[in-house]
Design a protein around this ligand. Structure first.
Ligand SMILES: [Zn+2]
Ligand SMILES: [Zn+2]
Length: 268
């Protein structure tokens, strides 16, 4: 199995030493992992792009590739926070880094962290459509290889069981269609299984819908990958078996990985 969404201590909110991440992944019999440390485009964020030291991360990855040769493949990814209006800055960053892949994720809405924004909207009885609008822009931007945790606003809801997916189906469909059209891989982010919501991001219904969109309907490709969003070493490879079962149920036969932004499929 693979885990393309691991935050190491190069992310301000993780303390997993890169080597510990490799050790945990190897112990869990993962074959391919990817470090996807945070890169953000708002100066107030601790992962602001100016603070990002890609050369240092890559040097550590190269050292670990040597150490784990024949045991574990380690990819150089980044989780890039998408912000409308920052596309050219994001593109410059992506062009400047020899990344294997970039995960595009929405962490801010109108300059407010999604965690805070969701709670404010929930308290005010407002809907979450603006979040999905930005995810759609991220999907259409052509900047990324992978779309991260599509519906993870559920993570921050005080009452996730009251989240009504139906209200956003049209919007989610547009995101999935854009992904299929652009050849953008949707991430099954397993972290939801360790949160109150109890389901991955996106949930099974959305992944099934994505599988249905493959081929005829859009003429596009519908591919997926798996990431744990680990910020602690025991989260590396989290629920990989459950992810495989869910993806098979949803109609997928493989997961995607990227090397130098070129994709290849691994059978599930
Ligand atoms: Zn994220
Ligand atoms: Zn993440």
């Amino acid at each position: 199995m693979v885990d393309l969404h691991i935050h190491t201590s190069f992310s301000p909110d993780s303390n997993i030493a890169p080597e510990r991440a490799c050790r945990a992944a190897y112990a869990r019999e993962l074959k391919i992992i990817g470090f996807a440390d945070h890169v953000e485009f708002l100066p107030a964020d601790g992962a602001y792009v100016d603070l990002y030291d890609g050369a240092k991360i890559l040097a550590e990855i190269e050292r670990l590739r040597e150490r784990y040769r024949d045991k574990l493949e380690i990819l150089y990814g980044a989780e890039v926070g998408f912000i409308p209006g920052k596309e050219s800055q994001i593109k410059d960053f992506l062009d400047s880094q020899p990344l294997d892949y970039a995960v595009g994720s929405v962490h801010y809405v109108d300059g407010v962290l999604v965690s805070k924004w969701v709670r404010e909207r929930e308290l005010a009885g407002k809907d979450f459509a603006p979040y999905f609008e930005i995810v759609l822009e991220a999907a259409e931007s052509g900047l990324f290889q992978i779309l991260g945790h599509l519906d993870y606003i559920r993570k921050y809801l005080f009452a996730p069981q009251k989240y009504i997916r139906e209200g956003y189906e049209g919007m989610v469909d547009r995101i999935l269609e854009a992904a299929a059209r652009e050849g953008l891989v949707i991430e099954l982010n397993t972290s939801g299984w360790r949160h109150a919501t109890g389901e991955p991001y996106p949930d099974e219904g959305i992944l099934k819908r994505f599988a249905e969109l493959g081929g005829g309907l859009t003429g596009g490709v519908t591919d997926v990958t798996v990431g744990s969003d680990a910020h602690k070493d025991y989260e590396v490879g989290y629920a990989a078996g459950q992810a495989r079962d869910l993806l098979r149920r949803a109609g997928f036969g493989s997961v995607e990985v990227f090397r130098a932004r070129r994709r290849s499929s691994l059978p599930l």
